[in-house]
Ligand binder design. Structure first.
Ligand SMILES: Nc1ncnc2c1ncn2[C@@H]1O[C@H](COP(=O)(O)OP(=O)(O)O)[C@@H](O)[C@H]1O
Ligand SMILES: CC(=O)N[C@@H](CCC(=O)OP(=O)(O)O)C(=O)O
Length: 256
């Protein structure tokens, strides 16, 4: 049994457009032999462009993409196919041993969140995850946010929620790596620490919105469940990841 700490890292999809940042991140991961990692990735921008190319209109409700059944082949293709395999290629290039997975193999089932959102999925943890075996075997799991129910229907799960569910399942540390260095206040200054009351205030004032609203709400729930701080930082700064692993305080810490 491995005694190393496991870190679940959520990678925002915008990193897919930045191969140099992706390489730097994988180099940083490869240099940290004292920890295990599981990567959960998004790809929202890629989904936008695939849907647009296919002639679909797409919309979000409170940061979640409304996902009609007829759009799912494109959403699944972009996230579990293209984005997942693009990351796999970058990890391979950087001498890691990646395995690409959907939420099902990772031990998370999905069920419909809200009828009005179509195939948007909510995470249901199961007792059947391949992740501990992959970690034990020294493999780097790359998990897309496509989930399935027991009938085999597919769902589009928000990748932040997917990462939080996997961190809970593994009792792991959780870091969201996005395209901003921290959650920002009204003046655009980094907020180093946020708790429930501050988060509610900033959302009500419209300072935190869109994808960041989902991220901070998901982080808060995860911090409450994991009983420890959850971090938001940028994939543009792999040194921040190393700093967090060493117990330093960078980006925004969301606490209970
Ligand atoms: N207060 C805020 N601080 C930082 N970013 C914010 C804030 N409010 C909204 N955002 C937006 O949230 C984005 C990050 O969320 P999202 O695009 O969903 O990231 P990811 O794809 O990495 O999950 C930022 O790029 C920014 O445009
Ligand atoms: C339901 C829902 O909103 N799913 C997201 C899944 C991808 C994602 O979360 O990507 P980022 O992390 O890059 O934003 C979507 O379709 O965009």
């Amino acid at each position: 049994m491995t005694t190393k700490k496991t870190w679940v890292i959520k990678l925002g999809g915008a990193v897919l457009n930045n191969p140099a940042a992706l390489d730097a991140l994988f180099v940083a991961l490869g240099s940290q032999q004292q920890a295990n990692f599981v990567l959960v990735h998004g790809g929202g921008a890629l989904v936008d462009s695939w849907l647009q190319d296919a002639g679909f209109a797409t919309a979000k409700h409170q940061g979640l993409r409304i996902s009609p059944a007829e759009q799912m082949p494109y959403i699944v293709g972009a996230l579990a196919g293209c984005a997942n395999k693009q990351l796999l290629g970058a990890a391979l290039k950087n001498k890691l041993k990646p395995v690409g997975l959907s939420l099902f193999e990772a031990g998370i089932n999905a069920e419909q969140k809200l009828k009005a959102l179509g195939q948007v999925g909510e995470c249901i943890p199961t007792a059947d995850s391949i992740l501990p075996l992959l970690i034990e075997a020294g493999r780097l799991a790359l998990v897309s946010s496509i989930g399935f129910d027991e009938q085999g229907h597919w769902y589009n799960v928000n990748a932040d929620e997917a990462a939080a569910a996997i961190a809970k399942l593994l009792g792991a540390e959780l870091i969201f790596m996005t395209d901003v260095e921290a959650v920002l206040d009204q003046q655009g200054q980094a907020l180093h620490q946020l708790d429930k009351a501050q988060i509610e205030d900033l959302i009500a004032q419209g300072v935190i919105s869109g994808g960041m609203e989902v991220k901070v709400k998901t982080s808060l729930l995860a911090a409450q469940h994991l009983r420890r701080g959850v971090y938001i930082s940028s994939w543009q700064k792999p040194e921040n990841l190393i700093a967090l692993l060493q117990g330093e305080h960078v980006g925004t810490q969301i606490s209970m």
